[in-house]
Design a protein around this ligand. Structure first.
Ligand code: M6R
Length: 615
């Protein structure tokens, strides 16, 4: 949700802090702030509503000097996105500053207590309480030890936090704490770093320390990092993680926006994921950490996810049921959390989450685990909570996805789910090795098919013009492509703020058809598949009402070409079930063109954050 960074070392802190915030800005961009400990022994900071670029501008005039500091980019939960609610927050003395990612659930009680005991709170946030609790602890039981003061304060908190704290009376120290919100730290010869995830750290190190819940760390200017447990004892061997992301992966690299870059990166991402996956015994998926016998015993699967990742689950459900003959329940994590799932001793829970930090998904996974399920995570972010808490993790290796709207992670997650389906189907005897091999060969054609679609982006650009005067739109598809329609509609809504409704094409006549009028844009996914003719009939119904139909169709489809004003052509895909992985590329690109034509910031859509770490 929010992004935090911290630095202490030899160099000035502000350049890294701002660069770190830029890398984390996808986590929230309502407001931003920075605080450094200056050579005069005081804390000095700048904070404001708006983007990191605005903060950077203010920092230039404020001329903040200091080699120890913390910074924050916010996605507002408690308190409007105003200057005074921006982090960092200070204690009453102005000598302690904190930045926080998470939610303090007992903040009302804490604010009342702090007000009663003479503290003056300057914001409407839940986070500010932490600065005042650290203030109390610093002056009292912590006896001038900042880790102790933070630990003491955290003992009074309920909720979740990734926290970084500086204190003018503990020069050079940055203390961080984690519970429920991600945090990584790094020790380098030039100094010590902290961040909400590895993205800001990739340019400075390839090795990070991952904090567990209820752990603390003291960062010192010589680059040393000491990790402490909940009782304040030193942790000798904290978790570590090697980052194999190239630092340039998180930069624009010549593209106008991250969405464009990430759409273009899909072929390579899928190639990486597919590399060396076929072995003598079918698909190699050691990440599952399950034997063939364990896999063969699975009698039910829960696919659990949110948003775009949920759409992956829907498509995975169809493929797993078809190939592995195992019943699959696909649930929004936020719904499953309030239901009683039907779990057997052999139920597998698959969580799908790009960020690995989505609170609803993590809660569902913990609950399913508590019921005795093995949990397998399909995720993109290295060392994410989903990866750390699951019995097995498959990294989709799409590289950092910075644009808030998910594109390359979506297609990579679908390929990962297909690999899982193949592994299961072979293990439980539903599929022969030769069939597995054939499906794998077909999967390997996808990167080139996507490359071909990318070359046709001019078709999407043309089609985007048809949305110029639209107030709403309808996306239709059948079978697995009803999910392609849902994902296409989500992309459009999310970045262009244009309403889009997705429907199973055959259901249109039961209601949504009433929306149609001349010029109303309808996107119909109508590939060459077993329901092609049925979908063509639905297109006829659309056209008969004067609506504008934009079809996604397979090369050579004369019938669709004659019917529709605009066609987004896809090359022939060797398996019907793989069409969603190719067709969605047109819809991602279409959404981007529509959004740009409406002047929207495609990478940072309003009100959204990349990882939704609150339930
Ligand atoms: O990181 P996750 O995959 O768990 O995120 C789930 C959703 O928040 C996410 O897919 C969201 O819907 C995207 N903004 C869609 O583009």
């Amino acid at each position: 949700m929010c992004g935090i960074v911290g630095f202490t070392g030899k160099d000035q802190a502000v350049p890294f802090l701002l660069q770190g915030l830029q890398a984390l800005e996808y986590r929230g961009y309502d407001s931003a702030g920075v605080e450094v400990l200056s050579p005069d022994g005081e804390l000095h900071g700048v904070k404001c509503s708006g983007r990191v670029a605005t903060l950077a501008e203010r920092c230039r005039t404020a001329n903040l000097v200091g080699t120890t500091g913390i910074a924050h980019t916010r996605w507002a939960t408690h308190g409007a996105p105003t200057d005074r609610n921006a982090h960092p927050h200070l204690d009453c003395s102005g000598r302690i500053a904190i930045v926080h990612n998470g939610i303090i659930e007992n903040f009302q009680e804490l604010r009342a207590y702090l007000a009663r005991t003479g503290h003056t709170l300057a914001s409407d946030t839940d986070s500010e309480c932490i600065a005042h609790l650290v203030e109390d602890a610093w002056a009292g039981p912590a006896k001038g030890d900042l880790v102790e003061a933070v630990r003491n304060a955290c003992q009074r908190l309920q909720g979740s936090w990734g926290l970084a704290v500086v204190c003018a009376d503990a020069p050079g120290e940055v203390v961080v704490a984690r519970k429920g919100s991600p945090l990584v730290v790094a020790s380098t010869p030039d100094g010590a770093y902290a961040a909400s995830d590895v993205t800001p750290l990739a340019p400075v190190t390839s090795h990070v320390i991952t904090l567990d819940d209820d752990q603390y760390a003291r960062l010192l200017p010589d680059g040393s990092v000491t990790v402490y447990d909940a009782d304040g004892a030193v942790v000798d061997h904290p978790g570590t993680l090697d980052i194999d992301w190239d630092a340039s992966a998180a930069t624009l690299g010549g593209y106008p926006d991250f969405m464009a870059k990430e759409i273009a990166e899909q072929p390579e991402a899928i190639e990486r994921l597919l590399k060396n996956r076929l072995g003598e015994h079918g698909i190699e998926l050691d990440e599952l950490s399950m034997t063939d016998a364990d896999l063969a015993a699975i009698d039910r699967i829960y696919m659990v996810a949110c948003g775009t990742s949920y759409h992956v689950g829907l498509i995975a459900r169809a493929i797993v049921e078809e190939w592995a003959k195992v019943p699959v329940v696909c649930e929004f994590a936020s719904e499953l959390n309030y239901k009683e799932p039907l779990v057997t001793p052999h139920t597998l829970c698959v969580i799908i989450t790009q960020s690995g930090e989505t609170a609803d998904t993590l809660t569902a996974a913990r609950r399913m685990r508590g019921m005795g399920c093995k949990v397998f995570a399909i995720t993109n972010v290295l060392g994410s909570t989903a990866a750390r808490e699951s019995d097995g993790t498959m990294y989709v290796q799409a590289g950092p996805e910075i644009c808030v709207c998910s594109t390359k992670a979506y297609t990579a997650q679908m390929v990962a789910a297909v690999l899982l389906a193949l592994r299961l189907a072979y293990a439980n005897g539903s599929m022969r090795l030769e069939e597995v091999q054939q499906h794998y060969r077909n999967l390997c054609t996808l990167p080139d098919l996507i490359r071909e679609v990318l070359k046709r982006s001019w078709q999407d650009q043309q089609a985007a013009k048809l949305f110029r005067n639209a107030q709403s739109s309808l996306f239709l598809g059948r079978g697995v492509n009803s999910t392609t329609a849902a994902e296409g509609a989500l992309k459009l809504k999310e970045i262009s703020y244009l309403h889009a409704e997705a429907y199973a094409a055959g259901e249109m006549k039961h209601g949504p058809i009433a929306l149609l009028e001349p010029g109303f844009p309808v996107v119909a996914i109508v590939p060459a598949d077993h329901v092609h003719d049925k979908t063509v009939s639905n297109i006829q119904e659309v056209i008969a009402r004067g609506a504008t139909c934009i079809a996604v169709a397979t090369d050579g489809d004369e019938e669709v070409a004659k019917l529709c004003q605009n066609v987004l052509w896809i090359p022939e895909v060797p398996e019907e079930d793989f069409v969603p992985i190719v067709a969605i590329v047109h819809l991602q690109t279409l959404a981007r063109y529509v959004a740009r034509s409406r002047g929207c910031d495609v990478d940072k859509p309003r009100n959204l954050a990349k990882s939704v770490t609150v339930e």
